[in-house]
Design a protein around this ligand. Structure first.
Ligand SMILES: NC(=O)c1ccc[n+]([C@@H]2O[C@H](COP(=O)([O-])OP(=O)(O)OC[C@H]3O[C@@H](n4cnc5c(N)ncnc54)[C@H](O)[C@@H]3O)[C@@H](O)[C@H]2O)c1
Ligand SMILES: [Zn+2]
Length: 376
C-alpha cells in the first residue's frame, strides 16, 4: 500500500508491473534516455529495432535514444510519423508495416515507442500485430503517457467511426519515463496529464491526494523533485490496478473515474477542442458531486476535489455551449464502455477509494451537468 517513503524525492525509482511472465519494470527519473540501450540489452531484446516517434518528439529526443541504442550495438531503423491524434489510424499503421517489411524486421526484433500516448498506442499496436507480435519498449514523453497510457498494455488506433475501436492488449517489456522530457511539453498538455494524477489520488490513495494538495504549486512549475515521486506513485497505482485485472474484466474500471462524462465532453465538442485531461477534470467534478448524492461522499471532500482540480489550472465547469445535457447523455450512452447501453459510473465514498459499475438516475446526471455550466 502507500508509504510516504516512496513519495520522497529520489534520483531514480523503479516500479514493477507484476503480471507473471509478462511482468516489466518502469524506470522513472531525470536523464534516463541515454540509458535505454543498456536496459534493452539487459532485458535481452534482439539486435535490431525500430524507433517510432512523431515529428515533434523525434527532433527533440530521437538523437539521444538512437545513440544510446547504437552504442550498445543495436541496429536501429527510425520511423517518424506526423504528431497528433489523427496519426492513430490504419493508414499510418500500414505505412509502419511497410517500413518494417522493407527493413526485414524479424520476430526477434523489437519496437521502441518514443512520444506521447498517440505514439505509444500506435507503435504498441504495430508491435502487437506485426509478425503476430514483437516485443516493444515504451518511452513516454508526455505526463499523460508517463502516468497512464504507457502502463497496462492497452494499444490501439482510431477509426473514423470512433476512438480506440481497434486494438489489443500487448504489454511492453520495459517502460522508461525520463522526467527531463516534460520540460518541452506545452503547458496545456502538461496540465492535462495532471488530471490523471489527481484521479489516482481520488480513486486509490488519500496520501497522494494530500501530497498533491500541498505540492500542486511545485508540480505546476514542473519541479522535478516532486514530479519524480508523484509519477512513480501514479505508475504504481496503475500497475496495481492492472495487475489485478489485466484484460479489463472488472476492477480496472475504477481508472475510468471522471471519464464517463469526460469522454462525452470530448466526443460532443469535436475531438481536439478539449484535451483529454481537461474533459476528465470536469468529469471528476461531476463524479464527486454524484458520489455525494449516491454514496455519501462528504461535502468537504467534494470541495477538496474541486479545489485540487482548480489549483492545477484545469477547468471545473463547462461553457454554456458544451453543457448541452441531452447531447452529453446521448454520447454517454453510445460510449463503448456503456454495458448494453446502460451508463455506469465510478463513484467514491471517500477520497482514496472508488467503486465501479454504479447506476445513477439519468435525471440526477442531467441536473449535475446543468450545474456544471459556467455562468457568464
Ligand atoms: N493505452 C492507454 O491505456 C491509454 C490511456 C490514456 C490515453 N491513451 C491515448 O493517449 C493519447 C493521448 O496521449 P497524449 O496526451 O500523450 O497526446 P500526444 O501523444 O498527442 O502528445 C501531445 C502533443 O505533445 C507532443 N509532445 C509529446 N511529447 C512531447 C515533449 N516531451 N515535448 C514537446 N512536445 C511533446 C506530441 O507531438 C503531441 O503534439 C490518446 O490517443 C489516448 O487515446 C491511451
Ligand atoms: Zn484518461
Amino acid at each position: 500500500m502507500v508509504t510516504m517513503r516512496c513519495m520522497t524525492p529520489k534520483r531514480m525509482q523503479t516500479v514493477k508491473v507484476s503480471l507473471g511472465p509478462r511482468s516489466y519494470p518502469i524506470h522513472i527519473g531525470v536523464g534516463l534516455l541515454k540509458r535505454i540501450g543498456a536496459w534493452c540489452e539487459e532485458t535481452g531484446l534482439g539486435r535490431r529495432c525500430v524507433v517510432i516517434s512523431d515529428r515533434r518528439v523525434a527532433p527533440l529526443y530521437g538523437h539521444t535514444v538512437l545513440r544510446s541504442l547504437r552504442e550498445r550495438g543495436f541496429e536501429v531503423v527510425p520511423i517518424t510519423v506526423p504528431s497528433g491524434e489523427s496519426t492513430k489510424c490504419l493508414d499510418v499503421v500500414g505505412h509502419c508495416y511497410r517500413k518494417l517489411a522493407a527493413h526485414r524486421i524479424e520476430r526477434s526484433s523489437f519496437v521502441v515507442a518514443l512520444g506521447g500516448g498517440v505514439v505509444g498506442d500506435l507503435a504498441g499496436f504495430v508491435a502487437a500485430t506485426y509478425l503476430r507480435g514483437l516485443a516493444y519498449v515504451q518511452v513516454p514523453t508526455t505526463l499523460l503517457a508517463q502516468v497512464d497510457s504507457s502502463v497496462g498494455g492497452k494499444v490501439g488506433i482510431n477509426l473514423k467511426e470512433a476512438k480506440n475501436l481497434v486494438g489489443a492488449f500487448h504489454q511492453p517489456r520495459l517502460v522508461v519515463c525520463d522526467l527531463a522530457t516534460l520540460a518541452t511539453l506545452p503547458a496545456r498538455e502538461y496540465r492535462s496529464g495532471l488530471a490523471e494524477v489527481i484521479k489516482y489520488g481520488i480513486i486509490r490513495d488519500a496520501t497522494l491526494f494530500a501530497l498533491l494538495e500541498r505540492r500542486m504549486g511545485a508540480l505546476v512549475r514542473r519541479d522535478r523533485a516532486w514530479l519524480g515521486p508523484v509519477v512513480a506513485r501514479s505508475c504504481a497505482i496503475k500497475a496495481q490496478v492492472v495487475g489485478k485485472d489485466e484484460l479489463e474484466g472488472g476492477p480496472r474500471a475504477i481508472l475510468n473515474y471522471g471519464h464517463t462524462l469526460g469522454h462525452a465532453i470530448e466526443a460532443t465538442s469535436g475531438y481536439g477542442t478539449w484535451l483529454h485531461g481537461e474533459a476528465v477534470a470536469v468529469g471528476m467534478i461531476a463524479a464527486a458531486r454524484l458520489s455525494r448524492e449516491r454514496v455519501g461522499l462528504p461535502e468537504a471532500s467534494v470541495e477538496r476535489i474541486h479545489g485540487l482540480v482548480a489549483s492545477a489550472g484545469l477547468p471545473t465547469g463547462l461553457p454554456p455551449k458544451a453543457a448541452n445535457a441531452d447531447r452529453l447523455l446521448r454520447a454517454m450512452a453510445l460510449d463503448k464502455k456503456a454495458a448494453g447501453g446502460e451508463v455506469r459510473f465510478v463513484l467514491n465514498r471517500r477520497i482514496g477509494q472508488a467503486i465501479y459499475g454504479q447506476r445513477v438516475p439519468t435525471e440526477l446526471v442531467r441536473q449535475e451537468i446543468t450545474r456544471l455550466t459556467w455562468l457568464p
